[in-house]
Design a protein around this ligand. Structure first.
Ligand code: GAL
Length: 346
């Protein structure tokens, strides 16, 4: 699977990189547009495991391409993330890459960068209501479809009760995951196969908020639950703590996303059912390559687009993969994302 995932992703990136020329690209106040460009990477947080992989891979690829990367992380604080971007802009970056904590709040950073003639690439999460130059992400609607599809398939034949833990309302991705889940759940609910006994958003993607939502569900509807539909592994981590306290761990299906090491460990142990593996290397590499192009004022093309409330942003969507006990070896391990030893704690 390793070469297959890598090749599929690579060919997808290549095939998408045709036909859409970005509007911005010529003329820059930045001094490094040729030679060794400096790229600013403004991150929401480094507290969640996945974002540490993103940073390391992005920086490594940009360096290979001859660029320097300045990385800042805002710890989930919007004021700080704006200040981070201002600091990067005054550090003479030639391109700005943002993983927004709040996709609406960071429109201001796009404006500030554009005033300094610096192009902006949104990484993984969309920046709303702005003249964003490029958006690079995974197929987030598909993530939600695969999560819900896994449950509907496993729960076939039962009148199943599901609790749904949605993501952070400040993250546009959380709505895309929900949209994908709805695509699959709504027909099953209409058929009477599935009942959503409780659902709520988990602010800041925090595991403690996932615990609160699941505890509220149990208080409201009791322990008779068949599945907890978690939009990401960081939420399944909190949910599974509650299930352990309730003696329900391993008896209730739990979804996730990100193939975090602790989630992969829980999957082979049996307390989590599945996760979505998003080959971060493909995203980080493609983002670094495109950011360097933007920094060098080369033409960048993207075939897809996504409306951010103001414009149709040129966009690239990378494919995602379901991982459970049976496919751990052929996906995450074969791809070198985690070692077999670390997952099985050998
Ligand atoms: C989303 C991201 C997911 C997950 C989540 C929590 O925006 O797409 O992969 O990491 O944030 O950090």
């Amino acid at each position: 699977m390793k070469p297959r995932i890598a090749l599929v992703a690579l060919s997808l990136v290549l095939s998408l990189l045709i036909g859409f020329t970005l509007r911005r690209g010529a003329g820059s106040g930045a001094s490094q547009a040729s030679g060794r460009p400096i790229i600013g990477l403004s991150m929401d947080t480094l507290e969640v495991e996945r974002w540490q992989h993103d940073r390391d891979l992005f920086v490594a690829r940009a360096k290979e391409l001859g660029a320097e990367v300045l990385v800042v992380s805002a710890n989930g604080n919007d004021t700080r993330q704006i200040r981070d971007c201002e600091a990067l802009i005054s550090n003479k970056i030639s391109a700005l890459v943002i993983i927004p904590h709040d996709g609406a709040a960071m429109a201001k950073a796009v404006n500030l960068a554009h005033e300094a003639k610096i192009p902006v690439l949104a990484y993984d999460r969309l920046i709303l209501n702005s003249d964003l130059d490029l958006y690079l992400t995974f197929d987030n609607v598909r993530v939600g479809e695969l999560q819900a599809g896994y449950l509907v398939d496993k729960l076939k034949g039962r009148k199943a009760k599901i609790v749904r833990l949605l993501g952070s309302k400040t993250d546009n991705n959380a709505f895309l995951f929900k949209q994908g889940q709805d695509n699959v759940l709504n027909p099953a609910i209409a058929r009477g196969d599935i009942e959503i006994v409780h659902e709520d958003w988990c602010d800041g993607w925090r595991p403690e908020n996932a615990k609160k939502v699941l505890n509220a569900a149990i208080t409201k509807s009791g322990r008779d639950i068949d599945a907890v539909l978690c939009s990401a592994d960081i939420l399944s981590a909190g949910a599974i703590q509650v299930l352990l306290e309730e003696g329900l761990a391993g008896k209730v299906l739990v979804t996730g996303q990100d193939a975090d090491l602790s989630s992969c460990q829980r999957i082979v142990e049996g307390t989590q059912s599945m996760t979505i593996y998003k080959p971060i290397k493909n995203l980080a590499n493609a983002a670094a390559e495109l950011a360097v192009k933007l920094a060098r004022r080369e033409v960048v093309v993207a075939k897809e687009e996504l409306n951010n409330g103001k414009i149709n942003v040129p966009a690239i969507f990378l494919p995602v993969h379901v991982v459970d006990k049976d496919t751990m070896e052929s996906t995450v391990i074969a791809d070198g994302f985690h070692t077999r030893e670390s997952i099985y704690k050998q």
